[in-house]
Design a protein. Structure first.
Length: 332
């Protein structure tokens, strides 16, 4: 600081870089750096398949349609390159629901069921050669199976009442029946009850009774995550997430907040789960959440730039766990 003061008192000496007796030059203002364009969610049709990059928070639209997509089941095949999902075709009745596949880059959309039945909730077999799905071809929803191109459709299992929420991994298919979680072998044999929630089937004011729903198997088939409706006397139902071994042992609670939440899916590493919070109390959300498989680090991963009119459904991990794929709905 003293050196600067002395230099300022040197009379006729020339400042470095300026000719004698010339006025001092005023430094120009630096050019502000260009700002990146704000992130936005691509929007074409009312429904779509989207990907969220967990590192950059960038969102990509993979597939878009104005036809209603079933928001409960988007699945990626074991190779990580093809989705299967259900979508209504032309009219809004359940019998217009069909199963489709599409490449993970948005190419090669294929409709693989064409009938007058209610087909929904498809799930890939562990080798990717078959698809299990629900279909109402008789008195209630039963579990069917078909080749990955839609051929050789056949009934696999009928519990005698509605079967729901199918998933397939390892040598087991897991599903909901009677408000409890069950498994069968991949060939439809050996049904086994996995959970036994207290007061299952007891109704309140929400749209479902107390019970267990939407089971998902870890990739090795050893663990099941599901949601349990514990409070049926709230507008949207009070649910919590649980994990249990596929043989029915070691049931573990992951959450106890009672949000309207569920449809959890495992990461391929088996260490994390992604799921949707549809409502907190009476406030609609449809946000993406992530939690460690041991119940720690439960957090909202929905980017801040997502519009309140953009609803997230049925989230799953990419093959390398770097992205979340999900069904998006524009509330218009």
């Amino acid at each position: 600081m003293v050196l600067l003061l002395v230099a300022g008192c040197t009379g006729n000496q020339t400042s470095p870089g300026h000719p004698a007796n010339s006025p001092p030059q005023v430094p120009s203002s630096p050019t502000p750096p260009s700002q990146p364009a704000p992130q936005t969610v691509p929007h074409e049709g009312k429904w779509g398949i989207y990907s969220l990059d967990l590192a950059t928070q960038d969102v990509e639209l993979i597939y878009s349609t104005d036809e209603e997509m079933y928001s409960s089941a988007l699945r990626l095949n074991p190779a990580g390159n093809t989705f299967v999902f259900a979508q209504k075709t032309g009219e809004n009745a359940d019998e217009n629901s069909e199963v489709f596949t599409i490449n993970s880059d948005g190419t090669n959309l294929q409709r693989i069921t064409t009938n007058s039945y209610w087909d929904l909730y498809p799930a890939w077999s562990p080798d990717g050669n078959e698809i299990a799905f629900l279909s109402k071809r008789e008195n209630d929803l039963d579990i069917y199976v078909m080749d990955s191109n839609g051929s050789n459709q056949m009934k696999l299992y009928d519990s005698g009442s509605h079967d729901a929420d199918v998933d397939w991994a390892g040598d087991k298919i897991v599903f909901t029946s009677g408000f409890k979680i069950w498994t069968i072998n991949g060939d439809g044999t050996s049904p086994a009850q996995v959970t036994n929630p207290a007061n299952a089937g007891q109704w309140g004011t929400s749209n479902l009774p107390i019970g267990d729903y939407d089971p998902r198997l870890s990739t090795d088939g050893r663990r099941i995550v599901f949601e349990r409706l514990e409070d049926p006397n709230t507008a949207h139902g009070g649910y919590n997430l649980f994990v249990i071994n596929s043989d029915g042992s070691s049931e573990t609670r992951l959450t106890e907040n009672g949000y309207a939440q569920g449809l959890a899916s495992w990461s391929n590493s088996g260490t994390k789960l992604v799921y949707v919070v549809a409502a907190i109390g009476n406030e609609g959300k449809y946000d993406l959440y992530m939690i460690n498989a041991d119940g720690t680090e439960n957090r909202d991963i929905t980017p801040s730039y997502f519009s309140p009119d953009f609803l997230c459904h049925s989230s799953i991990f990419s093959k390398d766990d770097s992205k979340i794929y999900f069904i998006g709905q524009w509330w218009e």
